[in-house]
Ligand binder design. Structure first.
Ligand code: PLP
Length: 427
């Protein structure tokens, strides 16, 4: 905060444009922290919110239910292959806490008490609460809490830009998978393998190579480990398909959704489970198999109503098809972006792009400065009319999913001019 002094206040927003208190407009390349689907002030989403808020604003889901939450659960199960039931929460971190608790308690419920360990990928991110920090341990973010976090088994993730010397990327990928199989085959205490689906986003836009996620799902089946996917940042079209687990042919036992679920308008997340996991929580009251978990705003009817409208719009406007075409605009700019002398790597899938900023292209040295890279890019972005947020040395482009092709070109042009001017301040 001492570096930032104060933040610009956003007063209103329409489509992909944010307007601040001084009337300046900037294009939202962050998609309201990666969750915006249709742009800001969408009339259909606003109508869904206002209509529902006149009927029922909130009612507990302890012993009760409500119509929008019920309907949304039916819809989510219908569009999520092999999923059976939904557990609501109000943010992605909580959805992952629930996934962790469900997967640990599942084994207790079926009488296998030894399975207590969680396996994860290095560099994964699943939220900022303690369980989520434990399974998604990013040292730079969470190092100060390391002692308080529970330990997990961490496995390396193949990053095509940083393949160890002397081996091919395919070898690298195979080594990562072999490590998982070796560990799985030697122990019987692993409860679940938890990973982001399709790509690691906060960890620097590491897009998994083809077959990687599928192979892990197969290893989980082979060694009787629950397979848990986090689609919070990558599902709902962000990476170009509705759910990455379908595209990657890797059916999970538990999957979490968040961010784009409500189009990015209200706070809601969901943890879905298959029938086997769900059934393990059934029993007589005295069996104590139920999950002790619930949040005040679980299944909030206004959030559920806007999520329902959002899902309706995906279908009506064939959003996934539209994303497939808009995301090609990113490719048109590969050449121009990679020619910038501080750009080491471009990683892109669907409506997500990560541009890695380096100080030495040959040596792939991540750019490093005592100043905040995020602040430098934010300030330069603002001068260029774009809201940008970097993660470490990665410039993240995560625009609203329904951005038009013209707006995409503008966003990319503004990104290029921002990198050009920011580099002078970083080096
Ligand atoms: C993959 C992933 N999982 C979980 C979360 C946590 O979601 P929330 O910020 O809603 O708690 C995030 C947030 O960025 C995320 O990217």
């Amino acid at each position: 905060m001492s570096e930032w002094d104060s933040f610009d206040e956003i007063r209103s927003a329409k489509g992909v444009w944010l307007t601040d208190s001084k009337g300046r407009k900037i294009i939202d390349a962050v998609g309201s922290m990666w969750c915006n689907v249709w742009g800001h002030s969408n009339p259909d989403l606003i109508r869904a919110i206002t209509t529902q808020s006149k009927k029922l604003q909130h009612s507990s889901m302890f012993n009760l239910t409500n119509e929008p939450a019920e309907k949304l659960a039916e819809n989510l199960v219908k569009i999520s292959p092999k999923m059976h039931k939904v557990f609501y929460s109000d943010n992605g971190s909580s959805a992952m806490e629930i996934a962790i608790k469900l997967s640990l308690q599942y084994w207790k419920n079926i009488g296998e008490k030894k399975r207590t360990k969680i396996a994860t990928l290095e560099n994964g991110y699943h939220g900022d609460t303690f369980g989520a920090m434990s399974v998604g341990y990013v040292p730079e973010f969470f190092g100060k809490f390391k002692k308080q976090l529970f330990t997990t088994l961490q496995f390396p993730v193949p990053n095509e830009y940083r393949v160890p010397n002397g081996i091919t990327f395919l070898d690298h990928q195979n080594h990562c998978l072999e490590k998982i199989e070796k560990e799985f085959s030697q122990r019987n205490d692993i409860a679940a393998f938890i990973m982001e689906s399709g790509a690691q986003v906060a960890g620097g836009v590491i897009i998994y190579p083809k077959g990687f996620q599928k192979k892990i799902s197969q290893l989980c089946k082979k060694y009787n480990v629950l397979f848990v996917l986090d689609e919070i940042a990558t599902g709902f079209g962000r990476l170009g398909s509705m759910f990455q687990y379908e595209e990657q042919k890797s059916i999970p036992d538990i999957v979490a959704y968040g961010k784009m679920l409500t189009g990015g308008y209200l706070t809601m997340a969901a943890t879905l489970v298959n029938k086997t996991v769900y059934d393990s929580f059934l029993g007589e009251f005295n069996d104590w198999k139920h999950l002790f978990h619930g949040h005040t705003y679980t299944g909030n009817p206004i959030a559920a109503a806007v999520a329902l409208e959002n899902l309706k719009m995906y279908k009506k406007h064939n959003l996934i098809k539209r994303i497939k075409s808009t995301s090609k605009i990113f490719e048109e700019y590969y050449q121009k972006i990679s020619e910038i002398d501080v750009v080491g790597d471009i990683r892109h899938k669907g409506m997500l792009m990560g541009i890695e900023i380096v100080s030495n292209k040959e040596k792939k040295t991540a750019i490093h400065t005592k100043k905040s890279i995020n602040k430098i890019f934010f300030d330069e972005g603002k001068k260029n009319g774009i809201y940008l947020r970097t993660l470490g040395n990665i410039v993240m482009l995560v625009p609203p999913l329904a951005i038009t092709e013209t707006e995409m070109r503008l966003l990319l042009e503004k990104t290029i001019s921002t990198i050009e001017s920011a580099k002078l301040k970083v080096i």
